[in-house]
Design a protein around this ligand. Structure first.
Ligand SMILES: Nc1ncnc2c1ncn2[C@@H]1O[C@H](COP(=O)(O)OP(=O)(O)OP(=O)(O)O)[C@@H](O)[C@H]1O
Ligand SMILES: [Mg+2]
Length: 502
């Protein structure tokens, strides 16, 4: 037997080597290899069967010149039939056309073979391991069968290389995905303090501010639209402060009826009112040494406001039905989405209490004014909910573009809820079409009409700038802006601009 390949064999090896260099997906490569065998060597029927541990048998993964049904029937147990034997022993088998009747004929191809077609099966190897079998049907005619088998053995080795290559590529792809995931995670941690995610200048300044505020005991008033993160910031200030080992107690002033609120806050003595069978400590006492968070402070009933003032000024309280004063040491953080200064001017909120609570104002702008935070918030919530619901949902980048356009009236909470819903309801890659329709309705609603909003926000900025320039003397600011005082007052209210006093 001659050792060197002739021209035709060389061409075939060359063609398959080209496929190897393309880096295609494995079954796609196989398809090309079988095509080469057909075009350059007149192999009209061929297939590759690989061992599949999940079915403990060899299975045809790619075929040429077989119908789908024929290919599907191609399942061979180890040692079963010729294919099974080649896999088991690792030795090629040749069956001439006259002997082909002994062939198991699992695929049902035998009936369709033309006279003269022989069968050759060779092992597919990776190193010492056999992973499957390459089978071809061919009329050798005058050609040397030995050389044919030799060529097919080379093909078997090359298919093994293709397999290995594909394995490595998908492994690398997975590693790359994992790396990307870890990177995003590291990034979002980098931009997250106490769970506050964001990288806009606004959020960075806010984090700076609360870091410094946390070291002091001053009262903080947090303002911002619903869902901007007021409660989150309040908690962060507490847990960054030296009071962090002590309680953080939240009271939602709007959720509790006035009569109960007083008892909740200050506690009561047994018998102080019908139903008071025992004595009970109020929240201010319970929070001793820690922080009391008065949420929705704008809804604090006027009648209770002097008592809150007393807690702040004198650091003492009396339980309902008790003469005894109790010393309390609490820091007070309050929050509202209302315009407190407006409530003050309407007589619905005590001015003295307002200034006491508002020693340090912290304002959180709405999400639409700090869109840079959207992508990083999306990544953050995706990770949180994918983990919570054991899913691997990803978002098409187009969705982020839609998110950047959307006005987010419900701010971060709405974004959080949106992502949670998508993770629960969808799988895999989420595209624009998967977004709820209301999303687009609202989006296009504000789309072309976006202009006034932009104008509004620049108008607001200009007013604030002017006010700052003149030390918040409204009459001077009005002159500067060319407004009457009434016009300016109207806009201050409309844009909920806070009038700082020095
Ligand atoms: N910067 C942020 N990073 C991560 N999560 C955030 C951020 N801002 C808000 N959230 C999340 O968004 C949701 C709404 O925030 P939060 O409850 O603090 O808003 P709020 O301003 O107190 O709203 P409301 O006025 O309705 O009480 C929460 O689940 C919160 O964890
Ligand atoms: Mg809140």
């Amino acid at each position: 037997m001659e050792k060197s390949l002739d021209l035709r064999e060389l061409t075939i090896v060359n063609e398959v080597a080209k496929i190897l260099s393309k880096g295609l997906e494995f079954t796609k490569s196989l398809e090309e290899v079988l095509k080469v065998l057909y075009s350059f060597w007149d192999v009209r029927h061929s297939y590759v069967a690989l061992y599949r541990s999940e079915i403990k048998a060899l299975k045809i993964v790619k075929a040429f010149g077989l119908t789908e049904e024929e290919a599907e029937r191609g399942i061979f147990k180890k040692g079963e039939g010729i294919v099974g034997k080649v896999y088991k022993d690792g030795v090629p088998v040749f069956l001439s056309d006259t002997k082909i009747n002994a062939y198991l004929n699992k695929t049902g191809l035998r009936e369709r073979l033309e006279p003269g077609e022989s069968f050759v099966a060779v092992p597919i190897r990776i190193g010492g391991e056999i992973i499957g079998v390459l089978a071809v049907f061919k009329d050798f005619g005058e050609e040397s069968v030995e050389r044919g088998v030799e060529l097919l053995l080379i093909m078997g080795t090359m298919i093994g290389m293709l397999y290995k290559l594909d394995e490595r590529i998908s492994q690398e792809r997975e590693e790359w995905e994992e790396e990307k995931r870890l990177l995003t995670k590291a990034l979002s941690e980098r931009y997250s303090v106490e769970g506050i995610v964001g990288k806009s200048p606004v959020i960075k300044n806010l984090l700076d501010l609360i870091e410094r505020v946390a070291q002091t005991d001053v009262n903080v008033l947090i303002t911002g639209e619903s869902g901007t993160g007021k409660s989150l910031i309040a908690k962060a200030i507490h847990f960054m402060s030296k009071r962090k080992e002590k309680p953080f107690i939240t009271i939602n002033c709007s959720a509790i009826p006035e009569t109960l609120l007083e008892a909740e806050l200050f506690g009561y003595e047994k018998g102080s009112f019908t139903g008071a069978y025992t004595s009970k400590k109020g929240k201010f006492e319970l929070a001793s040494g820690g922080t009391v968070f008065l949420d929705e402070i704008g809804d604090m009933p006027l009648a209770l406001q002097p008592k809150i003032l007393r807690v702040i000024q004198d650091k003492e309280i009396e339980r309902l039905g008790s003469e005894k004063t109790v010393k309390v040491d609490v820091r007070i953080i309050s929050a509202t989405n209302k315009n407190l200064s407006e409530l003050v001017s309407q007589g619905q909120f005590r001015e003295d209490l307002y200034y006491r609570l508002n020693v340090l104002p912290v304002h959180i702008p709405p999400l639409r004014e700090r869109k840079e935070d959207i992508p990083i918030l999306v990544d953050h919530f995706l990770e949180v909910f994918n983990q919570r619901y054991s899913k691997r949902v990803r978002l098409d980048p187009r969705i982020i573009e839609v998110f950047m356009e959307y006005p987010w009236p419900g701010n971060v909470r709405e974004l959080e809820n949106t992502i949670e819903r998508l993770v629960i309801l969808r799988d895999g890659l989420i595209r624009e079409v998967d977004l709820p329709p209301y999303f687009f309705a609202r989006l296009y609603d504000t789309g072309p009409k976006n202009m006034p909003q932009v104008i509004q926000s620049t108008e607001r900025d200009e007013i604030i700038k002017a006010l700052e320039k003149v030390g918040y003397v409204k009459s001077r600011a009005a002159r500067l802006l060319g407004y009457t005082l009434r016009q300016l007052d109207y806009r201050i209210k409309k844009y909920q601009i806070e009038i700082k006093r020095y």
